[in-house]
Ligand binder design. Structure first.
Ligand code: ITT
Length: 210
């Protein structure tokens, strides 16, 4: 029985093309001690093309990505749909955070700064949201949500994280989320919260449909 562990090893595909997310997914699952879980990225499946996000909610898009990748690979898949919702913009860019400027992360941040240039400090509230979806070939589907509250800064600060992190000041802290260490961000972030909530379903194959 020297190799007994091999029989319960499970592959999990991280269903995202965003390298910032891949780093965080791996790190958070690792921290949770996901033993017997071999985490693979979409780079292992170069033939898979971009999935069009046609959903009207974060949950629909997260499930769409996880279902598609699970179906195409025959493996359990974990996806997230995430974004930043800004109070002064009635929740925008929200679902459209990745596509906000049409020109990537830096342009997204510049556009957000510009939209908020006349908005005073006390009205710059915002939150990150992450809806994680896990789908396995045997029909298990789970979703979990996490939120990360704070406000939008007046300039980009810090070089950690990705996306809107340099513009986001977490509630109660005097820095941007791009200045947090990896561990600090994971402990309080939307993705950390969503993944910690969904992890038991992945790691122990816990199911709500027993
Ligand atoms: P996949 O669909 O392949 O996962 P994506 O980048 O298109 O990659 P989303 O549609 O979920 O992912 O868009 C998420 C957007 O929200 C994107 O602009 C990110 O930069 C931003 N975002 C999400 N989580 C973030 C975080 O922890 N820090 C900074 N920005 C974040």
């Amino acid at each position: 029985f020297k190799n007994a562990n091999r029989f319960i090893e499970m592959k999990l595909v991280i269903a995202t093309k965003n390298s910032g997310k891949v780093i965080e997914f791996r790190r958070i699952l690792d921290e949770l001690g996901a033993k017997n879980l071999e985490v693979v990225g979409l780079d292992q499946f170069p033939e898979i093309v971009d999935i069009e996000e046609t959903g009207t909610t974060f949950e629909e898009n997260a499930l769409l990505k996880a279902r598609t990748i699970s179906q195409l690979t025959g493996l359990p898949a974990l996806a997230d749909d995430s974004g930043i919702c800004v109070d002064a913009l009635n929740g925008a860019p929200g679902l459209y955070s990745a596509r906000y400027s049409g020109a990537g992360d830096d342009a997204n941040n510049q556009k957000l700064l510009n939209e908020l240039k006349d908005v005073p400090d006390e009205k710059r509230g915002a939150y990150f949201i992450c809806v994680a979806a896990y789908v396995s070939p045997d029909g298990i589907e789970e979703v979990a949500e996490g939120r990360f509250y704070g406000k939008i800064l007046r300039e980009v600060i810090g070089s950690g994280g990705f996306g809107y992190d340099p513009l986001f000041q977490p509630e109660g802290l005097n820095c941007s989320s791009a200045e947090l260490t990896a561990q600090e961000k994971d402990a309080i972030s939307h993705r950390g919260k969503a993944l910690r909530a969904i992890a038991p379903y992945i790691i122990n194959r816990k199911s709500t449909r027993l």
